[in-house]
Design a binder for this molecule. Sequence first.
Ligand code: ADP
Ligand code: ADP
Length: 228
Amino acid sequence: AALLSVEDIQVRYGDLVALRGVSLSVAEGEVVCIIGPNGAGKSTALAAVAGGVVPHAGDVRLAGRSILGERPERIARLGVSLVPEGRHVFGTLTVAENLAIGGHLRGDRAAARADRERILSLLPRLGERLHGPAGRLSGGEQQMLAVARAVMTRPRLLLVDEPSLGLAPKIIDQIYEILLDLRREAALTLLINEQSSNRILRHADRIYVMRGGRIQLEGRAADLRDGE
Ligand code: ADP
Ligand code: ADP
């Protein structure tokens, strides 16, 4: 059964129709990418799942249950975490403090501490800079910290908006290796937006190609890779 099921949703911003009947599903444990150019509707699709926008038609289901119209805080508590575009870390706080913010949302301090150790073992660069300001990290490291902070909340479904934006190919591969490690270690399911399929097909299980507020193509990444 699908962990996430988006069913024929439509979203308008005033007169602008951003999503024109978008359906997609993500199975438990899957890594799915939505690929499309700027303005395609990718961020809107993630926002519709996280509760930041409410579709005026269609449905959004988490583990079979409709979450349409639920408040973002409620959806977060049901296990959905969104990493917005743009490496949102608190630059003047330390790496440890940034992680603690994610852990704090959990309540369970012992579990949060164990998660932190697990995340730092996957991300030794963050461990080395644990007590330095997050603003001093490189762009790629800040992106990883933003992801790590979200993982500290122990989501079932992690939504990541354009983690590769502006990063070098080698760093993009590293970010995906970390995401795939986290999937295994933290039993995560991932839905990720990207502008280009370049380098993504080798990391994702499945992709949707979106353009003009519609899904144009869906396929297993391995099949699409063979066609390259
Ligand atoms: P993408 O993430 O693929 O770049 P978006 O979902 O951000 O696409 O945007 C889809 C369309 O909706 C674009 O035309 C964008 O300008 C518009 N849009 C996005 N957010 C808003 C908003 N808050 N208000 C008005 N228009 C918006
Ligand atoms: P993305 O490509 O990730 O959607 P954008 O630069 O399009 O990023 O959007 C950045 C922010 O501005 C988002 O919160 C989006 O909802 C909002 N936004 C985008 N387009 C518009 C618009 N035409 N009018 C108002 N807000 C917009």
